[in-house]
Design a protein around this ligand. Structure first.
Ligand code: FE2
Length: 272
């Protein structure tokens, strides 16, 4: 449970840093599970995901189809132009997503124990539902940049209700690509929506083309075990990881199932 002053900080800043949220045993259990799933994953079946345009379409289908599955996405720098691995398999994955919190027993057990719904209710969601989870790796040397964005772009509801719970499984620093966010930026309008077009392809629709105030980005360095709660409209970013330290994180996104959930959202689920 959050204290009132934490709820106030979240309302003012659009994010909240909660120390010592997930303990070392649970972190270990998520990291070991990921290791095991990656070992079992037949990476050769998807090495082509990031190379040509034809393969981008495959990637698109693979991505959209991951809403109710556990799927593996590579770091762009892990595969060369000919589809060959530059790094060993265990160091090639950018993220695992997007339904392990529902269908994988180990992830489910940890996520259930953390009771994100209780916190989400404190933050104003009436009927919170965890609809997406991601295990993010930010691999050493090749961990990709994640450009400035708002999560409601991808998990849009009417009215907007998305809240992200981002857990540091390892220390996150400026060197290995920690989160950065614009304090108070959640008050600005939603800039884009990620929509299904008629042909089934995903497209961005621009709603507001004003510039981000990038100079206001605040660096959020945190130690393993810390949780950062992110308002769905908060602009946030993480740089590429050029260091030798990975920066593993696990995130869960909730929306209010009392709100309208459009059929055009990429992630379709019977949870909302
Ligand atoms: Fe995000």
């Amino acid at each position: 449970m959050l204290k009132q002053e934490q709820i106030d900080m979240y309302r003012d800043d659009g994010y909240l840093v909660v120390d010592k949220f997930i303990d070392a045993d649970k972190i270990k259990s998520l990291m070991h599970r990921a290791e095991h799933l990656i070992e079992e994953f037949d990476s050769l079946s998807h090495t082509t995901v990031f190379s040509t345009n034809e393969q981008e379409r495959t990637s698109n289908e693979y991505f959209i189809g991951s809403a109710d599955k556990v799927r593996f996405f590579f770091e762009e720098g892990a595969i060369d132009g000919s589809g060959n691995f530059r790094v060993e398999k265990s160091k090639s994955i950018n993220k695992i997503g997007h339904a392990q919190h529902i269908i994988d027993p180990i992830y489910k057990k940890v996520v259930d124990s953390l009771q994100f719904e209780v916190i989400a209710r404190q933050l104003g969601l009436n009927k919170p539902r965890a609809i997406q989870s991601m295990h993010i790796f930010k691999q050493p040397m090749i961990g990709g940049e994640v450009g400035l964005h708002q999560d409601s772009t991808f998990l849009y509801t009417e009215p907007m209700s998305c809240v992200g719970f981002w857990l540091a499984l390892e220390d996150a620093t400026i060197k290995n690509g920690c989160l950065q966010a614009i304090p108070g930026g959640h008050q600005s309008p939603l800039k884009k929506r990620f929509l299904r077009s008629k042909g089934g392809e995903m497209k961005f629709e621009v709603l507001d083309d004003s510039e981000w105030q990038e100079q206001e980005l605040k660096v959020l360095e945190v130690v393993a075990g810390t949780m950062i709660i992110l308002h769905g409209q908060l602009p946030h970013y993480s740089a590429a990881n050029k260091s030798k330290q990975s920066r593993q994180a696990f995130s869960v996104h909730l929306v209010d199932s009392k709100c309208h959930y459009p059929k055009e959202n990429w992630l379709q689920t019977d949870l909302v």
